[in-house]
Write a protein that binds this ligand. Structure first.
Ligand SMILES: [Zn+2]
Length: 152
């Protein structure tokens, strides 16, 4: 049985997982350059080595990327960062205005104390919504002709 696109009826379709994987490639390149020139009457010779590596991804692969998990660390860092930023700038501001300074310090404390709220939602997302999104992603196909996404 072959799967075909429900929109344009072509059979050149690919699962999202396959499209994502096949569009990822590790890139590493090395280049060496040599040059010569003069500067202020002195002759200069220079050479440069450069190497770069990374992951290259096609546009199709980017589009077919799996659902992302919520990062607990990002939430913790954001809340702690806001606490520190507001706390420190609150201390500085309170030199000029005690009221505004203490409001800023209170705001920072609120950011820190409310950290469990986004963590709770991220935790709930990982436990219930994420597995469903991942299952859906694993079952979804993309049409290579019209770009339509469908679940056969
Ligand atoms: Zn199609």
């Amino acid at each position: 049985m072959s799967i075909s696109c429900p929109y344009c009826e072509t059979d050149s379709v690919q699962s999202l997982a396959m499209a994502y994987q096949s569009g990822l490639s590790h890139v590493s390149s090395k280049s060496k350059g040599t040059g010569a020139g003069t500067s202020g009457g002195h002759a200069l010779v220079f050479s440069q080595d450069s190497a770069s590596s990374g992951i290259s991804q096609t546009a199709l692969s980017q589009r077919a990327a799996p659902p992302e998990k919520r990062s607990y660390l990002a939430i913790i860092l954001l809340c702690a960062g806001l606490y520190l930023a507001l706390g420190i700038s609150g201390l500085l501001v309170s030199i000029f205005s005690e009221t505004i300074g203490s409001w800023m310090k209170t705001g920072g404390l609120i950011c820190l104390l409310s950290m469990p709220v986004p963590l709770f939602f991220a935790f709930r997302f990982s436990g219930t919504q994420y597995p469903a999104l991942l299952t859906q992603w694993n079952r979804t196909f993309i049409c290579l002709k019209c770009g339509g996404e469908f679940t056969p």
